[in-house]
Design a protein around this ligand. Sequence first.
Ligand code: SAH
Length: 233
Amino acid sequence: MMNLSGLEAQKVRLIMHLRRQGVTCARTLAAIETIPREIFVPSTFQNQSYEDMALPIGLGQTISQPLVVATMTQSLELNDRHKVLEIGTGSGYQAAILSKLCRRLYTIERHKPLLKQAEERFDEMRLRNITAISADGMKGWPHQAPFDRIIVTAAAHGDLPRGLMEQLAIGGIMAAPVGANDVDQTLMVIKRTGEDRFEQKPLFAVRFVPLLPDIAEDTADIDPEFNQMNAYA
Ligand code: SAH
């Protein structure tokens, strides 16, 4: 692992960069400062943990770019009474950030090996208010609904799944990338203002991996190179 002071200096630079890019929410920035992103990236990429870029995490998936994580987090206007649902646990990084800012975080991942690794990280970091399952997040989590906030970290093609929209509490906020294809996507912030009323605001262009139906049938585990639990010990 790279020497820590080097990573710490890079983290300070990243936080300044996020501020300049419009992330002004102090609680969001504090959460980004608290959660070590290097724990959530494969060992091969650890020296790039605090660069503002997405990185591969195995099984064709990515940990999102810090600016996107920060902007989505900020757009949710979280407080410590909120019950929040995340679709697409991936590395667990976004979940860890959210868990610091809400009462309880529920997160769903369709790749079991990714979920397992993320859960190990939550345990290691003693993040006790996260509940994670492997399921098809397009269906949401009906037994736990409604949610005060929902964040989708994979891109829906066309409309967001209706079941998911229905699980957002009235007055609640959802952040999600929406696009017609894999490259043209827009980060949307959606407020549910009534039973059948949703107000949408586009933020900026993003590129997420696709939101796919069903649980993935993984034939391979995560590449051992991608397993970096040891780096944390
Ligand atoms: N929030 C993650 C980003 C992961 S990338 C992080 O901080 O690292 C998006 C993830 O969404 C991928 O792991 C992908 O497998 C998952 N995904 C895609 N469609 C899904 C679905 N229908 N249900 C649950 N997870 C899904």
